[in-house]
Ligand binder design. Structure first.
Ligand code: PRT
Ligand code: ZN
Length: 283
């Protein structure tokens, strides 16, 4: 069967995590900074390294079968691709920001104003939704300095920590769109067996990332309380310890309620709690 081609960002914020995700899926490939394409040695896949802005177009045209790119870039490019899997990294929000002392306090105040952005398509949709007539000034980078230069009254840009807005004397006041990295595919790719295999591996890596393997010791008398608190992949594994009356409990818990769970388990008599990362979970 013909190799599939996946396009990932060559360098930038999504490169490292995209490469890591593919490696965690057991794919063996060289990642030379200078190469534009590499072949995976143990899977029917070639990897293309591209600018992120080019990825949705390549996938839409079928030059690449798959791609990993931010949702913001897909929306801005206006092409039609299949959304296959959210990947949980590259999380950010496209926000509208204004100078700290601006009279613009709510979305309606943007009426008749000028907004600088690198995302004119997404911004126009947002303005239409809110029935705002504003001038969009498209610039390709350093959007944050536009108000200071008198180029615009507001900006619409990606924010993750908010540090860049703050250091440029701006404050965010409206969310336009949330985004994260996503696996996309060209139309009709869903049934492809190579993709199905890759998707299964990606999903098992993502599931494992959200969970921890926990081993703890507990006196048998406290076991019912502990098992009540733990709902693992199935039910917890309970193994007798050499010391009479004690058992070890093995289970999997989700990262989200990790600290809550650990504290309640301790209160219920759990001791010697060991928490380990999980590499993959195959259901
Ligand atoms: O060279 P190439 O075209 O491939 O890359 P690029 O420079 O266009 O994109 P890159 O690598 O900066 O970002 C790739 C993707 O990462 C984006 O399309 C988003 O989906 C996602 N992402 C996540 C971010 C951020 N977080 C982010 N913080 N993209 C950009 N930023 C920038 C933002 O533009 C602003 O300048 O970081 C600054 C704000 O960050 P904070 O933390 O100060 O708020
Ligand atoms: Zn880009």
């Amino acid at each position: 069967m013909k190799n599939l081609k996946i396009a990932i960002q060559k360098s930038g914020r999504l490169n490292e995590k995209s490469v890591q995700l593919l490696k965690n899926c057991g794919l063996d490939f060289e990642n030379y900074k200078s190469s534009l394409i590499t072949t995976v040695n143990n899977f029917s896949l070639e990897i293309l390294f591209l600018r992120d802005d080019d990825i949705p177009g390549y996938v839409a045209q079928g030059i690449a079968d798959l791609g990993i790119v931010g949702e913001n870039v897909i929306d801005e490019s206006r092409v039609t691709v299949e959304y296959l899997q959210r990947l949980g990294f590259g999380k950010c929000t496209l926000k509208i920001g204004v100078p700290k002392d601006s009279a613009i306090k709510k979305v309606d105040d943007l009426q008749g104003k000028a907004i600088a952005t690198s995302y004119p398509v997404i911004l126009q949709e947002f303005l239409d939704e809110h029935k705002i007539q504003a001038t969009i000034r498209e610039i390709s980078g350093s959007v944050e300095i536009a108000p200071g230069l008198g180029l615009s009254d507001a900006i619409c840009d990606i924010v993750s920590t908010g540090g860049t807005l703050k250091s440029n004397g701006l404050k965010p006041f409206a969310d336009v769109r949330k985004s994260e990295a996503i696996l996309i595919g060209s139309k009709g790719i869903e049934e492809n067996p190579i993709l199905c295999e890759l998707l299964q591996r990606i999903q098992s890596v993502l599931r494992a990332k959200e969970t921890k393997y926990v081993v703890l010791n507990v006196e048998k008398t406290n076991l019912p309380q502990i098992t009540e608190l733990l709902h693992g992949v199935k039910s917890p594994t309970v193994v007798p310890l050499a010391e009479e009356g004690w058992v070890a409990v093995h289970t999997v818990i989700t990262e989200d309620d990790f600290w809550d769970k650990i504290n309640t388990l301790k209160a219920a008599g759990a001791q010697g709690i060991v928490v380990m990362p999980i590499e993959k979970i195959i259901l």
